[in-house]
Ligand binder design. Structure first.
Ligand code: SF4
Length: 393
């Protein structure tokens, strides 16, 4: 009997109550037009059928409903999608099933329905404990609603709750951020993600960024290092640049992205790394629906077969986001590239407290995570200069 390969499934739900000022994810604000919703559900069902036929030797061990705002999309729609997925794919009985939620669309009725269906992890967008800041960001909820949502989730049987927070917000100071963290920790989540605000071109915030009184890079760096030490003090291990968890509660789905494991995405803007190819769908729901249902327009925005050399670059880039780091042995064995040029780059950085070594793996320190983009750039230059081991021999 063939051994089944593990697979993560991502389903994009591109509907939000309104658009936040800083958001550049693909989603439609304010719309849950019934016709569009029905067409989207139908397109997903057809797409699951097609893709499921190509994944008969896989077992789905993580499912992630992201967005957009899945909780705003509603329990009945999410249940329908999940049932369809289970019909077309083999889903492990112990799979991690996550849905993203915003506090204003979490109700006990939604939570009970999802829990009964097998959803077992909620990722809640809290962002801040200050209502004036939430309002400035265009978030459609206040902190009390976030607190109530966590309470309801517990009541409805969710024992794996993740909270998303943001730092580097307008008018925010480092002491305020520490206060926010301590306040939110009172909710006792199993998992916390803390993201620094990025001002993306094309968002409303971009237009008035200079007047937004955003903390400087130095203050943001201080906030980041405070995050790592406060969360450590409260028993949350850092396992990725922006992610922290109580032992055993690391996001199994998101780890697949960072560990270079296979996942398949559905919906507009969804990405996949499946069967040796990486591809992304168009950022437009109408095009996606039409392309899937009528097959008369393409739904792929990008599709690449990944050469081994590029995989080696990805390994370094993705693994260095995590506290598993990079292993010389794995690198040479899997990508047939010499680790030595990378080591020559790493050793001086170790002296500067940017890298440390554990169990044979090279891992970035919190200070290293702060400048990870520059470090990854240096390592990729070292990779570009090296010849594959097979050629050298
Ligand atoms: S709720 Fe999330 S996906 Fe929707 S607009 Fe806000 S940040 Fe973007």
């Amino acid at each position: 009997m063939n051994v089944l390969k593990p697979l993560g499934v991502y389903i994009h739900i591109p509907f939000c109550r309104s658009k936040c000022q800083y958001c550049d994810f693909y989603s439609i604000g304010g719309s849950r037009d019934r016709r569009l919703v029905d067409n989207y559900l139908e397109a997903l069902a057809v797409h699951f059928k097609e893709a499921g036929a190509l994944a008969t030797d896989y077992i789905v061990d993580t499912v992630y409903f992201g967005g957009g705002t899945p909780s705003f999309f509603g329990a009945d729609n999410l249940r329908r999608i999940f049932a369809e997925l289970q019909h077309r794919f083999r889903v492990d009985k112990d799979a991690e099933i996550t849905f993203e939620a915003n506090p204003d669309s979490v109700t006990e009725s939604l939570l009970k329905k999802l829990r009964a269906e097998g959803f077992n992890r909620m990722s809640l967008g809290v962002q801040s404990d200050r209502d004036d800041v939430l309002q400035k960001l265009g978030r459609p909820h206040n902190y009390e609603q976030a607190r109530a949502a966590v309470h309801s989730a517990r009541k409805c049987g969710f024992d794996n709750v993740s909270l998303d927070l943001m730092y580097g917000l307008p008018n925010q100071t480092a002491p305020q951020w520490k206060e926010t963290l301590r306040h939110v920790l009172e909710l006792k989540p199993e998992h916390i993600s803390c993201y620094g605000l990025k001002v993306e071109e094309g968002t409303p915030l971009w237009e008035y960024k200079d007047a937004a009184n955003l903390p400087s890079d130095e203050v943001q760096a201080e906030m980041y290092l405070d995050t790592v030490s406060i969360l450590d003090e409260f028993g949350y291990g850092q396992y990725e640049i922006s992610n922290f968890a109580k032992p055993g509660y690391e996001s199994r789905h998101n780890l697949k992205y960072w560990l270079g494991e296979e996942y398949i995405g559905f919906g507009p803007a969804a990405a996949s790394d499946f069967a040796g190819k990486r591809y992304t769908y168009v950022r437009n729901i109408e095009t996606y629906v039409r392309g899937v249902l009528k097959q008369d327009i393409p739904i792929l925005a990008e599709c690449d077969a990944i050469p081994a050399r590029e995989r080696a670059g990805e390994y370094v880039m993705l693994r260095l986001r995590t506290t598993q780091g990079i292993s010389p042995e794995e690198y040479e064995k899997n990508y047939l590239m010499p680790f030595e040029p990378l080591l020559e780059t790493i050793l001086p950085l170790e002296q500067r407290d940017l890298f440390y070594q554990k169990d044979g793996h090279w891992i970035l320190t919190p200070k290293g995570f702060l400048v990870s983009n520059q470090i990854i750039g240096l390592l990729q230059e070292a990779q570009d200069r090296s010849e594959p081991l097979a050629k050298k021999r």
